[in-house]
Design a protein around this ligand. Structure first.
Ligand code: KG4
Ligand code: ZN
Length: 350
């Protein structure tokens, strides 16, 4: 099956063509138009601004993905079986642009429309070409044979969740953050240090030459014995530490450079430690045969390293960085594999 996939849930306009040849999930094209430069001006995403940028980019992005994969629009109509699109969760004005484009194409081409949950996409990225982990793959095109049950840690700007993944790609949510997501913590702490949007990668770069042991920031809920997370207290701890320091300029680039590096490294270490400990504990509790690390924060090198070391012999599967941050190939993978996120149980109405 060959699908055209579209993703516009936040600040990346993305389209991809993905084919399941029975053995591997092949990425025939994956185009991502980032709006990062646009949102740098406001130091965050304004949903209507993101939506307008999606409108401007989406037709070109789809066209590029189709031409790169199959050669022409005409060929796309002949060879593509379905159109997959992210329908939830995300910024509503942004989501609707991708969904409208996908619906229009599905109707015009007479193809099936496959709605995809964004988190199903992040987990399905574990079936795309992989880079790191302790699973050795010969080429970028090989897709690992996964072992179940597996634990999937999904860490993005909006989510921090641990899932159990069973044979047949059945997902069960084990636990999630009670407040901020890990990516949100990276972004907010980055802002306190005067770093530009998007904060996560910028903070990771600043941390490279910092001392991770310089400041003992809290590791919230690390010993809670369950799969729940909480990151808002960490951001507050960094805020008060900066305010109480001799250097008063919170949110400014005027802070001493080595001081900023040390704070960045120490804060990153706190986030990473919580994610690693909770994942290792969940893997032990569930008798996992493998761990998958996905979502934008999975691009973080320190997290990859520490999780790999902590898991020892247990295989770790991490997609290539470009398939960790938002992209449409992962949405196509979720469509061809049939990955579905179970609906959250809501309390019965009285
Ligand atoms: O999955 P994603 O691209 O979008 C959402 O679904 O939210 O994740 C974006 C998040 C942002 O918070 C960004 O700062 C973070 O992932 N991120 C990183 C890195 N690359 C992206 N955080 C830490 N280190 C990175 N290298
Ligand atoms: Zn995402």
């Amino acid at each position: 099956m060959r699908v055209l996939a579209i993703e516009s849930s936040c600040d990346e306009t993305a389209a991809a063509v993905v084919r399941d040849d029975g053995e591997f999930v092949r990425v025939e094209s994956s185009i991502v138009a980032s709006q990062a430069a646009l949102h740098e001006r406001t130091n965050g995403v304004v949903p209507e601004v993101a939506a307008r940028a999606h409108v401007e980019a989406i037709t070109f992005v789809i066209e590029d993905a189709v031409v790169e994969a199959v050669g022409s629009r005409q060929k796309a109509v002949e060879t593509i079986d379905a159109v997959a699109v992210t329908t939830e969760p995300g910024l509503k004005p942004a989501l609707v642009i991708g969904e409208t484009a996908a619906r229009a194409l599905a109707v015009a081409w007479g193809k099936r429309l496959i709605p995809i949950h964004h988190i199903a996409g992040h987990i399905a990225a574990a079936w795309l070409p992989l880079e790191t982990g302790n699973l050795r793959l010969e080429t970028g095109e090989r897709v690992a044979t996964h072992r179940f049950p597996a634990i999937a840690l999904v860490v993005s700007g909006g989510h921090t969740q641990l899932y159990r993944v069973d044979t047949g790609l059945q997902l069960r949510l084990l636990g999630e953050t009670r407040d901020d997501a890990a990516g949100e913590a990276f972004d907010k702490i980055a802002r306190l240090l005067g770093l530009p949007y998007p904060g996560g990668p910028a903070l990771a770069r600043l941390a490279e030459r910092g001392d991770a042991c310089a400041y003992a920031f809290p590791r919230p809920m690390i010993h809670s014995g369950d799969e729940a997370f909480s990151f808002s207290g960490l951001k507050t701890a960094v805020y008060y530490m900066l305010r109480g320091s001799r250097q008063q300029a919170v949110g400014s680039r005027e802070l001493d450079e080595q001081f900023r590096r040390d704070v960045a490294a120490s804060a990153q270490e706190a986030i990473v430690d919580v994610l690693v400990d909770k994942t290792v504990a969940a893997a032990a509790r569930e008798g996992a045969q493998e761990v998958m690390l996905t979502g934008g924060v999975a691009a973080n090198e320190r997290l990859r390293q520490k999780l790999r070391t902590a898991l020892g012999e247990l295989p770790l599967v991490v997609p290539l960085p470009r398939f960790c941050t938002d992209n449409a190939a992962m949405i196509g993978a979720a469509a061809v594999l049939g990955v579905q996120v179970p609906k959250k149980e809501t309390a019965p109405q009285s």
